[in-house]
Design a protein around this ligand. Sequence first.
Ligand code: ATP
Ligand code: MG
Length: 394
Amino acid sequence: MKLYLLKLGEISLKGGNRHTFEKILRDNIREKLREYETRIDYQKGRFFLHVSDDADEGKIIKALETTFGLVGFARAYECDKEEEKLWALIDEMLEKTEFENKGTFKIDARREDKSFPLRSYDIAVKAAEIVARHFPSISVDLKNPDYTLHIEVRQKIYVYSEGYKAPGGLPVGSAGKGLLLLSGGIDSPVAAYLAAKRGLRLDFLYFHAYPYTSDEALEKVKKLASLVAPYTGHARLFVVPFTDGQLRIKEKAYEDETTLMFRASMMILANKIAKKTGAKALVTGESLSQVASQTLSAMAFTDSMSEMLVIRPLVTYDKEEIISLARKIGTYETSILPYEDCCVIFSPKHPLTNPEKDVMEEHFNKLEMEEEIDKAIGNIRSFRYGPNGEETSD
Ligand code: ATP
Ligand code: MG
């Protein structure tokens, strides 16, 4: 089997309930690699992941790189605790290593098991000789090496070199479940990433004002859901048709209040759907003062329309910071495709930026939105995504 050494992040600092976090992380990794045979052992702050030999290396790397709770991982090789076996293993590994015959290296040897007869220093010296035999032009640099070869003597001996970075955070599901309001924009996929990073499992909710928003806009949201799902774990996307609701708002509400009235309806709908899915919080991509509906008083009003906690991971983020995260997680290029998530006919020319909560609530009640909200709930469509982002049948 192929072996990977996985480094756990914040979980290692957890006290009594560390095991609960570890179990969730282990299940999440298994779920992502479920098409292969896997075994995961735990030893002192590390997972040892064994995956069947036929497994696709690229898929394993993609799966681990998007797994919250891990800070890094490396392909590793193991042998029994016998000197000769160790030297043979290093030989074999150097045959297929990514080292080049130039630059500098260092050996980082650790002997956790003190019953092994060679000290760390002895292991390092002998291993360095083997490296020098394979690569005569490479030299030792203990401070700032180009390559590091790690050797750890534990229950077995493990040898590994350069590793990959993983995103840190806490395993998805360890903080419960939330419902993300996903639009086709730049912000909400990034909000999903940040909420999932703190352990929240997410389903997605999209308000689709067909035909004012096109089929392409829906396809774009589906694409974003599939890009975010590797981070959030398996997820459902609920598509709520709310065109009639929006038309009612446009007809009955004061023009400068239409956006706020729409957002109030979104909150009520999202609460109802969240309850059905077992979600305990809503997540949005709002950022303070980014647009009229994201001023303090506007957000205070929309909050008042939600029984559930509304988490806004981006509330203090600049657009530049959001964009750079969107690029990092790979959603940016899709988010900037030109299909608008809401058409100009629903956007007031001069939206209210300083609404009074009580007045807004009174105005909202006068719109009598209940029937439209229930109708929208009755017409929800849903899509399902697996933990590697693949769309699966619902
Ligand atoms: P984004 O870039 O995420 O679209 P935005 O800056 O365009 O955000 P708004 O359109 O005011 O801001 O939306 C703020 C938040 O409300 C979004 O981040 C998202 O969470 C939610 N939202 C907006 N439109 C929709 C929609 N059609 N369906 C679901 N959620 C939405
Ligand atoms: Mg938007």
